[in-house]
Design a protein around this ligand. Structure first.
Ligand SMILES: [Zn+2]
Length: 223
């Protein structure tokens, strides 16, 4: 899953608004950010196998640290605790929202991945919806749209100020369609580098969308 992960990021922001949207955008891909780094270091492993599944050519045969259940829980706790350090009040809510945002990645991956999510011994899980792109692609887009709708609903905006948000959502949807139907990655290294670049750019764009809304929200409404 790629763009569908951002649905929970928008949803978390709607629930606990004192955390910036970009922090949630990083959270929902934190498992993949660490995965990309470990792939570049040769610690976790992936093969490119064109035609493996309609929705993905990635044979993720070894990634126990980032996508194993216990690794995912560990990364969730770590990220939630690190973000909570920056807040004086409401640390519990911040921790919970951020940790759940990180862990939502594992749940979303569970839906689309083949059984490559490690639990213990030889047990790996994954429902494999990537096998049918006509299921996985709408699923990702629905998740994204549902999260963005919650964000639009609960995070105050200027009158008619949702244009930037929906423009951003459309851009993400286009990226997802390209990812689903475009050429497979050239190599594991290229895949990891592209992922890091894409996640970085989306974090910056999320910050821009969020900052404009937050600033406007502080202006008192005309009497
Ligand atoms: Zn992942």
């Amino acid at each position: 899953m790629f763009i569908g992960h951002y649905g929970p990021a928008f949803g978390a922001k709607a629930a606990v608004r004192r955390v910036p949207l970009w922090v949630y955008f990083l959270a929902v891909q934190f498992m993949d950010v660490v995965w990309s780094v470990l792939v570049l270091l040769g610690i976790e492993k992936v093969r490119i196998h064109p035609g493996l599944m309609q929705g993905s050519a990635l044979d993720l045969y070894y990634m126990p640290y980032t996508h194993g259940l216990f690794g995912a829980l560990g990364l969730s706790i770590l990220y939630g605790a690190a973000v909570a350090l920056f807040f004086r009040e409401g640390k519990g809510a911040v921790f919970l929202a951020c940790a759940l945002a990180v862990f939502s990645h594992w749940i979303c991956d569970l839906l689309v991945h083949r059984p490559d999510l490690w639990i213990y011994d030889d047990v790996k899980v994954g429902l494999g919806l990537w096998r049918w792109v006509w299921i996985s692609l709408p699923l990702e887009l629905i998740l994204l749209a549902a999260g963005a709708w919650l964000y639009a609903r609960f995070v105050p905006a200027r009158r008619g100020g949702n244009a930037w948000l929906w423009g951003f959502v459309l851009l993400m949807a286009a990226l997802e369609v390209y990812g689903a139907f475009g050429p497979p990655p050239a190599s594991p290294t290229a895949e990891a580098q592209t992922a890091l670049l894409a996640y970085g750019v989306l974090v910056v764009l999320a910050a821009l969308v969020d900052v404009s809304r937050a600033r406007v929200a502080r202006i008192p409404a005309p009497a």
